[in-house]
Design a protein around this ligand. Structure first.
Ligand code: ADP
Ligand code: MG
Length: 709
């Protein structure tokens, strides 16, 4: 669909100017200067000729067909020439001109007008308000950037044009190659999703990197990214532009959820690796672009200095990766040529006086160890260090294919990833250049090399996930429909405890028995029927956090206690929340003490239902030990949620406590996920606490609230 942007034969530059200071001049000059092989037509009614090419007053005056038009004229004229492009049969346009949506409502109106014209003619557009498009494969530089990156296999898209120019300059200095380079601008027509799709099966692209400020369509982004990441790693920096809703939130989950949480959840669920900074974005992308994929988490270090070796070791541990333990054969082999003072175990220390041959032999030996999945080569410049020669030796060893499978098995040979960490600037620079020539990325510090390996390992884990399956439980959907219809008919958005309990009960969550008492006598009757001890809670649509007003009494053992509790609870409610509509007091079965967790949902504007899990009870907001995923979640995702909270160990059982019923928690998450997916009208939901019993004894939802749209 976007072919025209990657395969244009003829290009018009609308607004091609003679004055070198003008953008229209720079764009035309870039197209001509950086090797575009097709026809180029400058369009400018006030000129006969620009940069040696005949100039036309409009696209309609051009004799031959035009595939792509780059528009660089003042905003108010853009709609007019776009119309002409349509008439001419232009397939794609890049609107560099700014002054649209980003300037306010009038700009927004003008941008909408452009979209209408595009739709009328079936044209596609990049921008407006962008730097343009650079493609080293075609090649074409249809931008006003200062320069052209070398050819390479990183495809880059950016919502910030300024960042594009900065990255370009960096790539020129470092010799980093790109395949495609697009500035998305306002994304009036094409957006990140279109380019993900376009670059997915692109043989010129090994990794896609993106700088995003917002995502146009969250669920669709997730769908497409999930497919693309099966073949092509995607690394994204997401900054600014929070999407927090204007709606006031009234649940625990609503308070804790935010656009950041939603992006993290969504990215993790579609295999997009989030980089926290532009520096990380580059670090990761170089590893993916230059090196083969990492197949395991066992890393080795070859170093000529002890300190950095230890730093790397610490970083590996910190990142949750493993320091490979070298096989006996490897250690024996290292002993043959390393001096006795060297360290033959991981990290392999070849000592400060190591020359290139010793470095090369050590790396070669370590790479041949079947228990090593990847290697970091550390170098610090000593007086005798052969920086350039060592870089060459590293490059050669890194490129060699090895058996990945355990010794003895016959399998395909693949190169293992090697990352450089030549530390320093002035002296080591020459070596870093040689590494780059051999496609070994270099990181200035050990932690950054480890960070890149970590990203590679995360991608490996993503690839080895089981296929995505959403469990469906047998539930009573009709019952929930009925309850919601009633609430809507009564014009109530917040469901009462009774209704919320019925809803969750209909979706298979265990709930304690409970009934509403209007007076102390009724309370005693209910308690007798349920059996002691019981719990009593204020029932009022105006009281959200019942404990806060002393509205919950647990472990009531007899009729007297129940009577007293009734009076006390009602008295407190009337006193602390004057004018509250008090329905009575709920008397419920007392659930055995367990570990209290929370399962909640808040609807994110960008991605939809965001499920939250964490340690529950009345301190949720204080502890903030919660994780999020976009619903519907898979069993594996539910499992990850439980394992990701800091207090997971408490669920597993520590200090003699028996493990809690984690399986029941996972099932409850899945059932809530099904509920909020089935009913988009639920905008907020809290189950807090879900009282988790010991392993095998289940989990019971003792307090819940549901808010409808
Ligand atoms: P709120 O969150 O509105 O203050 P809850 O219904 O969550 O009120 O009750 C507060 C606390 O009381 C819970 O976190 C839980 O520890 C305890 N509790 C509530 N209901 C029960 C019950 N049925 N069985 C046992 N403990 C309960
Ligand atoms: Mg509660």
């Amino acid at each position: 669909m976007l072919d025209v942007f990657f395969d244009p034969v003829s290009v018009a530059v609308i607004g091609a100017a003679r004055e070198p200071a003008k953008l229209g001049h720079a764009v035309l000059n870039n197209i001509l200067q950086y090797g575009f092989k097709g026809r180029v037509y400058p369009i400018n009614p006030k000129a006969d000729e620009v940069l040696g090419l005949p100039c036309y007053p409009s696209v309609l005056a051009v004799p031959g067909p035009i595939d792509l038009a780059v528009i660089v004229i003042p905003a108010k004229f853009v709609a007019g020439v776009l119309e002409e492009c349509g008439q001419k049969g232009v397939k794609g346009v890049i609107t560099i001109t700014a002054g649209f949506r980003e300037t306010g409502s009038e700009g927004m109106r003008m941008e909408k007008e452009l979209i209408a014209i595009l739709n009328r003619y079936g044209m596609r557009m990049i921008g407006p308000n962008c730097l343009g498009l650079i493609d080293t494969i075609i090649p074409i530089n249809a931008s006003f950037a200062a320069g052209m990156p070398p050819q390479g296999n990183i495809a880059f898209m950016s919502q910030s044009g300024a960042l594009c120019t900065a990255i370009l300059d960096w790539s020129l200095a470092e010799g980093i190659g790109f395949s495609r380079f697009v500035s998305l601008g306002n994304k009036a027509d094409t957006c990140e999703i279109d380019f993900l799709q376009a670059w997915d099966a692109d043989p010129a692209t090994k990794v896609v990197i993106a700088y995003l400020e917002g995502i146009t369509d969250g669920p669709r982004f997730m769908d497409i990214a999930r497919q693309v990441t099966q073949r092509t790693p995607i690394i994204a920096v997401k900054s600014g532009g929070t999407s927090a809703g204007a709606r006031a939130v009234s649940s625990h989950t609503g308070t804790l959820a935010g656009s950041e949480a939603a992006y993290n959840a969504a990215f993790s669920q579609c295999g997009v690796m989030r980089a926290d900074s532009v520096a990380d974005l580059f670090d990761y992308s170089l590893a993916f672009a230059y090196q083969p994929l990492l197949t395991g988490d066992r890393l080795a270090i070859v170093t000529n200095a002890g300190g950095p070796g230890i730093m790397a070791t610490d970083a590996i541990e910190h990142a949750g990766l493993k320091l490979a333990s070298l096989q006996k054969e490897t250690v024996d082999r290292l002993r043959e040529f390393l001096p006795p003072a060297a360290n033959f175990y991981n990290p392999v220390d070849v000592l400060g006086d190591a020359l290139a041959d010793r470095y090369g032999a050590a790396l070669e030996t370590v790479l041949n160890d079947p228990g090593v999945d990847g290697v970091i080569v550390l170098l610090t410049p000593q007086a005798m260090t052969q920086i350039v020669e060592t870089a060459r030796a590293v490059g050669q060893a890194a490129a060699k294919p090895r058996y990945i499978a355990p010794t003895g098995s016959i399998g395909a040979k693949h190169a293992k990833p090697v990352l450089g960490c030549f530390m320093g600037e002035k002296e080591v620079r020459k070596g870093i250049r040689v590494l780059a020539k051999h496609k070994v990325p270099n990181y200035p510090f050990p932690e950054r090399a480890v960070g890149a390996f970590k990203a590679m390992y995360r991608y490996r884990e993503w690839l080895s996930r089981p296929p995505r399956e959403i469990a469906r439980f047998e539930v009573d959907q009709a019952k929930v429909k009925e309850i919601f219809a009633q609430a809507k008919a009564d014009n109530r958005l917040a469901l009462g405890d009774v209704e919320a309990r019925q809803v969750l009960g209909a979706y298979g969550l265990r709930i304690p028995q409970s009934q509403l008492a209007k007076n102390p006598d009724e309370a005693v009757a209910i308690a007798t029927q349920l059996g002691y001890p019981v719990v009593m809670k204020i029932a009022s649509p105006d009281i959200m956090h019942k404990s806060d007003v002393g509205g919950v009494k647990v472990d009531l053992g007899n009729a007297t206690e129940v009577r007293d509790a009734f009076d006390l609870i009602v008295y407190r409610a009337q006193r602390y929340v004057p004018g509250a509509d008090i329905w009575g007091v709920a008397v419920q079965e007392m659930v055995p003490q367990g570990r209290e967790v929370i399962i909640g949902m808040n609807r994110d504007l960008q991605f939809g239902p965001l499920i939250m899990f964490g340690m529950g009870g009345i301190y949720v907001e204080v502890l903030k030990d919660v994780v999020f995923r976009v619903a519907p979640v898979t069993r594996q995702e539910a499992q990850e949620m439980v394992q990701e909270i800091r207090a997971y160990q408490l669920l597993r059982g520590v200090r003699g406590a028996r493990p809690a019923d984690v399986a029941a928690v996972i099932e409850a998450i899945l059932r809530v996920s099904q509920l909020v997916t089935d009913f988009p009208e639920i905008v907020e939901l809290d189950v807090n606490p879900l009282m988790v019993q010991e392993q095998g004894a289940g989990a019971i939802a003792v307090d819940m609230r549901i808010i409808l749209a």
